[in-house]
Ligand binder design. Structure first.
Ligand SMILES: [Zn+2]
Length: 499
């Protein structure tokens, strides 16, 4: 028997992402690395200089746990966007050979307090309460009040204990498709400083990272210091810009202590350039991140203890089957959805909208879903999409948009007067199974099955005894059907879905 489970059910008001009160010029709140951490980076770079460019070339699979916080008004990070962003993240880390996948389902947290961060201590409490072990814990919240796009903790720092320590806190406006903040924060999480750290405060200082890479300069020029100052990486040019800057804007202009003009590289995720400028990590940065993950003894090695489950890519998008535009109106609390299987998908994200605004959404592992909640209204037109994914592959987009109309909700009409104790099951029926009618307080006479066009598909007499009738139904094509049961008190109507 097919599993039919609704894994997650979300009531939406207006998606926070639609709000325009923010911009993504806001900064990152990650602290400067401490001396121990800088020593760590210098040791890694020393090995790199000895020719250990990479600890290995294997893809490192990294489990993540997404935590979506919702406030009491329903403001929250959009699940559909999250799937897109995970797909983009794996593109951004492709050259690094690092691949992120979801371990388990999204953790949904409803809390005004945790949604609206008033200080870092809000995030500390959130991580202490919700961090899970052996995953990268990533939270989506409102950081508007503290003016941040996101922040992360370096290995060995942050709330929590060793295998569930720290994590990444993301603002919703900086977590949209096309953004790079998540890649940037994960860079921090895997030990990378900003390219401008220790230089931007005073670019002409003797301790600022110098532009030169020459170790044999002639006085009064000073030698290269890229391995011991700044971000400690010599393959990222000295960067002095500690604010958001546009790679296409006028040439930035400042000079170091040698009077060499800085030429920071806007393409690095660890700079503060605009999102659309950023495309990559440097080879040394990649080496540092991979070293941080490489073995159980590495500071983030605990993330890679368990192997990634075997998930394939997905053949999609999904083709919708029903409801279809022009079909009979559906009772508002009894809408039957069906779509074609997308090979490789283990989950389907279904989003129902009205006038392009989200109404409700759900996730199911099956290709049929009987919607029975009271969130849809009668006599309206809705649209819906179905997006297939699995925990490692989220790159297939939603289906084409389907349309359906609703009629009076089932069970709220005069039919309420009918004996309610009569049950039919399974209401999700598979051909060949036995079918039951339970009728503890009323005797039955006969039953018949009709399709949605009113054509009779089956009828039979029933025995006027007992409380449970077992019935062998003929083969029925997958669809929804009406069941009419004649009782000694009059007819009763039920519905079944044949998968
Ligand atoms: Zn940062």
């Amino acid at each position: 028997m097919k599993k039919y489970i609704t894994l997650l059910l979300l009531q939406l008001s207006i998606s926070f992402a639609a709000s325009a009160q923010w911009n993504n010029d806001q900064l990152c709140g990650t602290a400067l690395p401490n001396n121990d951490h800088l020593d760590y980076l210098e040791r890694i770079n020393a090995s790199y200089d000895l020719g250990m460019e990479r600890v290995s070339n294997d893809r490192i699979n990294i489990p993540v746990k997404f935590h979506i916080v919702t406030d009491f008004s329903g403001n929250r990070y959009d699940y559909n966007t999250m799937l897109t962003v995970l797909c983009e993240l794996n593109e951004q880390f492709k050259t690094a050979g690092m691949y992120f996948f979801m371990r388990g389902e999204v953790n949904n947290i409803t809390s005004n307090f945790y949604f609206n961060h008033t200080s870092f201590s809000t995030g500390t409490q959130l991580m202490l309460e919700h961090n899970q072990p052996r995953v990268v814990n990533i939270y989506f919240v409102n950081l508007g009040q503290i003016g941040l796009c996101g922040y992360a903790y370096y290995p060995g720092s942050g709330p929590g204990n060793t295998i569930s320590q720290g994590g990444v806190m993301m603002s919703i406006p900086c977590s949209q498709a096309g953004n790079t903040t998540l890649a940037h924060e994960l860079g921090h999480y895997f030990a990378l400083p900003h390219t401008f750290d220790f230089t931007s405060n005073n670019p002409r200082d003797v301790f600022a990272e110098r532009v030169t890479r020459n170790n044999n300069e002639t006085l009064p020029r000073l030698n290269a210091n890229c391995g011991s100052q700044g971000d400690r990486f010599c393959d990222t040019p000295a960067d002095y810009i500690g604010f958001r800057w546009n790679c296409n804007s006028f040439a930035v202009n400042d000079s170091d202590i040698n009077n060499d003009r800085f030429q920071p590289d806007a393409s690095y995720f660890m700079s503060y350039s605009s999102d659309f400028c950023m495309t990559r990590f440097s080879n040394q940065q990649i080496n540092a991140m991979r070293s941080t993950l490489a073995t159980n003894q590495s500071s983030r090695g605990y993330l890679t203890v368990f192997p990634i489950p075997a998930w394939d890519s997905i053949q999609g998008p999904v083709t919708l089957i029903e409801p279809m535009a022009g079909s009979e109106p559906q009772p508002a609390n009894w809408v039957f959805f069906r779509w074609r299987k997308a090979p490789g998908a283990t989950r389907y994200f279904v989003r129902i909208r009205r006038n392009n605004l989200p109404v409700t959404e759900f996730i199911t592992s099956d290709t049929v879903h009987l919607y029975t909640l009271p969130l849809l209204q009668a006599n309206l037109t809705y649209t819906y999409t179905v997006r297939p994914y699995n925990h490692a592959y989220t790159c297939v987009g939603p289906s084409q948009t389907g349309t359906f109309t609703t009629t009076t909700a089932y069970g709220t009409s005069v039919n309420d007067l009918e004996p309610t104790q009569i049950q039919v099951y399974p209401s999700l029926y598979e051909n060949g199974q036995p079918f039951f009618i339970r009728h503890p307080e009323v005797q039955l006479k006969s039953m018949a099955i009709y399709d949605l066009q009113g054509r009779q598909k089956h009828s039979q007499a029933l025995e006027a005894q007992g409380e449970l009738q077992q019935i062998q139904l003929p083969f029925l094509p997958a669809a929804m059907y009406h069941v009419r049961i004649e009782t000694e008190q009059g007819p009763v109507f039920r519905r079944i879905v044949v998968q």
